[in-house]
Design a binder for this molecule. Structure first.
Ligand SMILES: C[S@@+](CC[C@H](N)C(=O)[O-])C[C@H]1O[C@@H](n2cnc3c(N)ncnc32)[C@H](O)[C@@H]1O
Ligand code: SF4
Length: 409
């Protein structure tokens, strides 16, 4: 089951934002996220807001989805202009899911074309789609590249069949190099998602996955520790003792191996879970989230953020489509971030970046914590001297603990 949305203030039906959201907008990048809430099969570990054909029921369908997403694009452009937020071309576009590539490539291309018609794209904009290796063909990737997509992010997760089986992945390992090769031929940059710490995964299995992913020559890798989400099939299997529980020490050891291998393969960390060949290969869309830029999130359950106001859409595709059909905002709730909320988020997200968090932006108690973090070898002393809180290799393993010390209650 997908997880629940946060509670918040009611969102107005016309989607108009408070006046202050326009302040300084020209200095912030504008991005677009498009959520595609469909998967062929639900992986046992995943609680993303996504639906298989059987889970979806009537009243919402994959065939109609591109049209519904376009309705929200038009609504978004109207609401932003009525709010006085200046229209800026999009710096980044990201189609995520679910499995975006479960929709025909012409539908994804059509949604992108409608967005470009409304806002335009900055020169050299980054346009990414997530994809399952078994939901693309050489032709579909060619269509996406011709439509303006620049990057594809494949959910590889592991190269080891018994690990893929515990994760309920549908693709066979051989499918990944084929999909990567097609993407390259189409001129797309390639990112690979990996998961470590799956029950039953040995260190040798994890090394194999890393080496195999590197052998495909990706420009970017995201490596995530498996999170056991409550209510998922995998959580139930662990509770019943059918598969072993996960272990934090195992996660830490595997993170260290990932960093060592990816580094040796020429990929450098730029965020705790993300490595790229060069600065140009970093995911600019995610960086925009982490740095508090503006973005509109299209689709059921999608989150948006403009100038310190955040909102999120109705979660079920049927409720989402019904709101748009009625000419209303599909938002289910929103919140106006206080200065304190923004400060806390900024510390939490920026400390995870290699570029570091400027010490000068910290409140006094956060600045006082830095000396102790240096003494505990969690923060780089030379960078701290230059006015930046930057995690050491050991600090990356304990990023959450560092955040707690920078933000004492
Ligand atoms: C929307 S999915 C990517 C696209 C595509 N649906 C796929 O899975 O191949 C985004 C990524 O989130 C990660 N992910 C999802 N659930 C996770 C969990 N419980 N723990 C860790 N990573 C997770 C996976 O690595 C996945 O590739
Ligand atoms: S394919 Fe991706 S989004 Fe769909 S259930 Fe699996 S991990 Fe989640």
């Amino acid at each position: 089951m997908p997880s629940a949305l946060p509670l918040g203030l009611p969102a107005p039906a016309d989607g108009v934002l408070p006046e202050h959201t326009a302040n300084g907008a020209n200095a912030r990048n504008f991005g677009l996220y498009v959520h595609i809430p469909f998967c062929a099969v639900r992986c046992g570990y995943c609680d993303f807001n996504t639906y298989t054909a059987t889970e979806l029921g009537g009243g919402a369908s994959q065939d109609e989805y591109a049209g519904t997403a376009r309705q929200e694009l038009t609504f978004a452009a109207g609401a932003l202009s009525a709010s006085g937020v200046p229209r800026r071309p999009m710096s980044t576009v990201f189609f995520g899911g679910g499995t975006p590539t479960l929709l025909p490539a012409r539908d994804l291309a059509g949604i992108l074309a409608s967005a470009v018609e409304l806002w335009g794209l900055v020169p050299g904009a980054e346009v990414t789609t997530e994809a399952n290796p078994d939901s693309v063909t050489e032709e579909s990737l060619q269509v996406l590249a011709a439509a303006g997509f620049t990057r594809v992010s494949f959910g590889m997760q592991s190269a080891v069949p018994h690990v893929l089986q515990v994760l309920d992945r549908t693709h066979s390992p051989e499918r990944v190099p084929q999909a990567v090769e097609w993407a390259r031929r189409a001129g797309l940059k390639v990112s690979i998602d990996l998961i470590y710490g799956t029950p039953g995964e040995s260190m040798t299995d994890w090394r194999t996955s890393l080496e195999t992913a590197l052998s495909y020559g990706p420009d970017h890798v995201s490596a995530y520790a498996l999170i056991i989400e409550e209510g998922t099939k995998l959580a139930g299997r662990i509770r019943r003792g059918e598969v072993p529980a996960i272990d934090d020490d195992d996660h830490a050891d595997k993170y260290a191996v990932a960093d060592e291998k990816l580094g040796a393969g020429g990929l450098h960390w730029y965020e705790v879970s993300n490595w790229a060949l060069s600065v140009d290969d970093q995911c600019r869309h995610n960086l925009a989230y982490w740095k508090g830029d503006d973005w509109w999130g299209i689709g059921p359950g999608a989150h948006s953020h403009v100038g310190g106001v955040r909102w999120w859409n109705a979660k079920h595709p049927r409720a989402y489509a019904a709101a748009l059909d009625a000419g209303s905002s599909p938002a289910a709730g929103r919140e106006v971030l206080s200065a304190r909320d923004r400060y806390v988020e900024d510390v939490m997200l920026r400390v995870r970046l290699r570029e570091g968090l400027p010490t000068a932006t910290l409140e006094p108690e956060g600045r006082r914590a830095v000396a102790g973090l240096i003494a505990d070898r969690l923060v780089e002393p030379v960078d701290a001297f230059r006015g930046l809180v930057r995690l050491t290799d050991g600090g990356r393993l304990l990023a959450d603990a560092v955040v707690r010390r920078l933000l004492p209650d």
